[in-house]
Design a protein around this ligand. Structure first.
Ligand SMILES: [Zn+2]
Length: 326
């Protein structure tokens, strides 16, 4: 109850902000909150950060182009994509973004190169995309369904530190821990005194909490096997918990990071032996055992605005996941 009361007081549900008001703030939209595990309710991991006139995408998992469309953000408006790690669930949506944005459609008409930032290996992703779509590009040029300016890809291999600094929007990368999968980066986005921290696949590390401190909004991953599954197969659960934050670990990370508001995304829900995935109530209560600050269990197309008055969760109806944009 303590946690729920705190959440209610800390998170002010705001109405729709005007364009001019938004110009002084940041907006974060959870485009996809899922994992490699197939789930019709949770598309692949991807977050959109809007700051000033810029649209920055963090990871591009399964279905990201569809979710951008539903969020009414034309594909051509994505200025850059930041990839956390080289696992497939963070990059499988890139091909759709790269290939569909130049089309002469409402979402399309991108005329500039596709811009990506990521760990060592991002150059392989860029080369692979261009090879996969080489004949597509040739044929669509002939059909005037793309343009020469949109065919290029600028891939930037990142190191820890500031990786992007443009028109007041600064993105810094920092190393986080994900078992043998190295390097794995978290991102810190700063604009006009506001800060968003995004930490995808990871477990606890000092470097994570050090870099996450002072965030207005922190997007954090979580992995959970239900108590029922843990009871019959703890070894199975512990395999994942060795490199992904379970509810206890999430509680520890958030307790030390102390964001104004945390939102869970990249939510791994395990099932086995016919035992169902953990419910959202179980996930919420198990984190609250270790963390008494405000947090939200994220869902696809949920959004948050950060401005001088705080962090505001926007009105949300889960039905939006299944609808064409109005
Ligand atoms: Zn992942």
């Amino acid at each position: 109850m303590k946690n729920i009361a705190k959440l209610a007081s800390a998170v002010v549900v705001a109405g729709l902000l005007t364009t001019s008001a938004f110009g002084q703030s940041m907006k974060v939209t959870l485009l996809g909150t899922g994992t490699p595990i197939l789930n019709i309710n949770r598309f692949g991991i991807s977050m959109l950060v809007e700051a000033g006139h810029q649209h920055l995408l963090f990871d591009a998992g399964r279905g990201v182009a569809m979710r951008l469309h539903q969020a009414k953000v034309p594909l051509r408006d994505v200025d850059a994509v930041f990839v956390s790690l080289m696992n497939s669930d963070h990059v499988t949506g890139l091909a759709d973004l790269y290939a569909s944005a130049p089309h002469p459609t409402d979402d399309g008409r991108r005329t500039a190169p596709f811009v990506m930032y990521g760990p060592d290996g991002i150059e392989n992703v860029a080369a692979g995309l261009q090879l996969m779509l080489k004949d597509n590009n040739r044929l669509r040029l002939l059909a005037h369904e793309t343009n020469p300016g949109a065919i290029g890809i600028q891939a930037h291999t990142i190191e820890p530190g500031v990786v992007y600094d443009k028109d007041g929007v600064k993105v810094s990368a920092f190393l986080i821990q994900h078992g043998v999968t190295e390097p794995d980066y978290g991102y810190r986005v700063e604009y006009k005194g506001h800060t968003v921290v995004i930490t995808d696949d990871c477990t606890y590390s000092d470097n994570l909490t050090k870099n996450a401190k002072g965030a207005d909004l922190m997007v954090q991953s979580v992995a959970i096997a239900s108590r029922a599954l843990e009871k019959v197969d703890m070894d199975y659960a512990n395999h994942f918990y060795s490199y992904l934050a379970n509810p206890d670990t999430v509680g520890k990370i958030l307790s030390e990071s102390k964001p104004k508001l945390a939102v869970l995304a990249h939510i791994s829900l395990y099932s086995r032996h016919g035992i169902q995935r953990a419910s959202m109530d179980e996930l919420r209560s198990r984190i609250a055992e270790h963390y008494d600050g405000p947090f939200v269990i994220g869902d696809d197309l949920m959004s948050f605005v950060i401005d001088d008055s705080g962090v505001h969760q926007q009105p949300y109806n889960a039905d939006v996941k299944f609808q064409e944009p109005g």
